[in-house]
Design a protein around this ligand. Structure first.
Ligand code: MSP
Length: 526
């Protein structure tokens, strides 16, 4: 086991048959912010993200384009990798499901499960959804007796396939979901419990005959079949963490990472894949309740349409917001900030460019940027010897110090609940109070009166210290800007500080600060 506490965070792996949009970007930024926050707490973080490269849709699209599936996914993967770089993600590993290490792990798991009697083969005749790549049951028929449009083309098929005894785990799963914090946020539990009732008596078909689908991981015990794409893809969370790794592999040691684990996923893939198939698979493999991961289920970014209503982002509506364009227009820091600031974790939100510009300008350039500028400029001008020794105190200054201490506690509390927007609002509220303190104390007036140097020293120190403090708290969200602030403060040590050690008094007397340069340029709509 590792010495420091570990935190293993993963995101859903993206399908490589589409272009990433702001929804995908949001999920990665949210996971990145949480990963950076846990690093700030001194935890040994392993952050995994990646791409889901197998399945029927990939095979079909590659065929249409007249290229080999592998060449197709490699090309699509580049688009995702390049966006993750532009977004400044700090992942430690990148999962590609065509990676031979992953393939070997999936096949080992399949063999183990077969040996345990968890898999069986049977013939089945029924209706099959080409779009969703699954057989449908009578429960999927709508009130009119038809299969809804969400299933796309539905055909009748008779096939022999391999099944996973999912139903063996239904009672355990019901109990586990009810009594644990497996599902975050809590309010989504009901949906999962309802889905368990539906799925409880149905086993999961985990194979596809090669004559229909060849682009997948071959079943090690039946060469005529490949593995169902979800059974393959879900395993990435453990294969890239070193589960069942070969001797000499440079993958991490699984026991160092697991089970301090959270998967960040969208609400659309909670049921049935992540909340039913996945825990049942892990349970069948022998994972105990304590060894189950947690699902951090986020909501969806929709769009604010011209009539003010919420509109789903979709290729067919042609309303996809390209995150690369946002980064080019507004910068990566502003994009990251807005994507986690204007959505409550777990709920949906409407992407609104006007709110983007207003929120960012108000909360960063005009508040933190302003404070940085004011405090560094005046300190350098009035105290060439660096941070002065303080000999004056007053009620407002002492109140500001208390607010800073409260802020750290409130920030921790919110971030520990994955509630990034609340943490950011608390920071903004604190910074606004700092600016109000400056307006009240008027250091520019104090500076003109030689007899008030003690007061001036106190005020300026109470303006610069919050900047130092906030540069740490905001670093998971806007890491590059915070690094630049710390450089201007000449306090690079702040980049390595542990959150436990963060308190008022970071900049000691005699410390010389650098020049203020704009860190948060204001943004505008074209
Ligand atoms: N490949 C599967 C996941 C397999 S995980 C073992 C998949 N890929 S996806 O590309 O369709 O979606 C990737 C993630 O992006 C999912 O968590 C999904 O919820 C998320 N989002 C897709 N559209 C979204 C929004 N509009 N808003 C927020 N997140 C969204 O599903």
């Amino acid at each position: 086991m590792s010495q420091t506490p570990s935190y293993y965070i993963t995101t859903a792996i993206d399908y490589t048959n589409g272009k990433p949009h702001i929804g995908h970007a949001y999920e990665k930024v949210l996971a990145d912010v949480l990963a950076r926050y846990h690093r700030l707490k001194g935890e040994n973080v392993y952050f995994l993200t990646g791409v889901d490269q197998h399945g029927q849709k990939v095979q079909q699209t590659a065929e249409k384009e007249g290229v080999e599936p592998k060449a197709y996914v490699d090309e699509m993967t580049k688009g995702f990798v390049s966006l993750w770089e532009k977004l400044g993600l700090s992942h430690d590993a990148f999962a590609e499901t065509t990676d031979p290490l992953h393939v070997a792990c999936v096949q080992k798991i399949l063999l183990n499960l077969k040996e345990k009697g968890a898999l069986y083969k049977k013939a089945y005749k029924g209706f099959y959804s080409v779009r969703q790549e699954q057989f449908l049951t009578e429960k999927e028929r709508g009130e009119d007796g038809e299969f809804g449009s969400e299933w796309g083309e539905v055909v009748e098929l008779e096939e022999e396939n391999w099944y996973f005894r999912l139903s063996d785990h239904a009672d355990w799963l019901r109990e586990f979901v009810t009594t644990s914090d497996f599902i975050f946020p809590e309010f989504r539990k009901t949906e999962v419990l309802n889905a368990i009732e539906k799925a409880a008596d149905t086993d999961l078909c985990i194979s596809r005959p090669k004559n229909r689908l060849h682009w997948g991981i071959e079943l090690p015990f039946d060469k005529e079949y490949v593995t169902y794409v979800w059974f393959d893809a879900l395993i990435n969370y453990i294969s890239f963490a070193g589960y069942e790794k070969e001797a000499g592999s440079d993958l991490p040691n699984f026991n160092d990472l697991w089970p301090a684990n959270a998967h960040v996923i969208g609400k659309d893939i909670m049921v049935p894949s992540h909340s039913i198939y996945w825990p049942a698979m892990l349970h069948a493999m022998g994972f105990s309740n304590e060894e189950m991961p947690q699902l951090i289920v986020h909501g969806w970014w929709n769009l604010k349409a011209s009539d003010g209503k919420s509109e789903k982002i979709s290729k067919s509506l042609g309303n996809v917001v390209d995150p690369v364009e946002l980064i080019e227009q507004f910068g990566v820091e502003a994009t990251r900030y807005y994507l986690v600031r204007d959505i409550v974790t777990g709920r949906d939100s409407d992407f609104d460019p006007e709110r983007f510009v207003d929120l960012y300008n108000k909360e960063l350039p005009k508040t933190l940027g302003n404070l940085l500028n004011r405090s560094l400029g005046m300190l350098r001008k009035n105290f060439t010897e660096g941070i002065p020794v303080l000999s004056h105190d007053d009620e407002e200054s002492s109140a500001l110090r208390s607010l800073a201490t409260e802020l750290i506690a409130k920030y921790r509390d919110a971030m520990d609940k994955n509630d990034v927007p609340t943490a950011l609002k608390e920071i903004y509220s604190f910074l606004s109070q700092c600016n109000a303190y400056a307006d009240k104390k008027e250091p520019w007036v104090l500076a003109k009166d030689e007899t008030k140097r003690d007061q001036l020293a106190t005020v300026l120190c109470h303006l610069v210290e919050p900047v130092a403090l906030v540069s740490v708290l905001l670093s998971p969200v806007v890491p590059t800007a915070c690094k630049r602030i710390q450089e201007q403060l000449k306090a690079e040590f702040l980049a390595d500080i542990n959150l436990d050690d963060l308190r008022w008094g970071l900049l000691e007397s005699g410390h010389e600060v650098g020049k203020a340069k704009p860190v948060f340029p204001q943004i505008a709509l074209d």
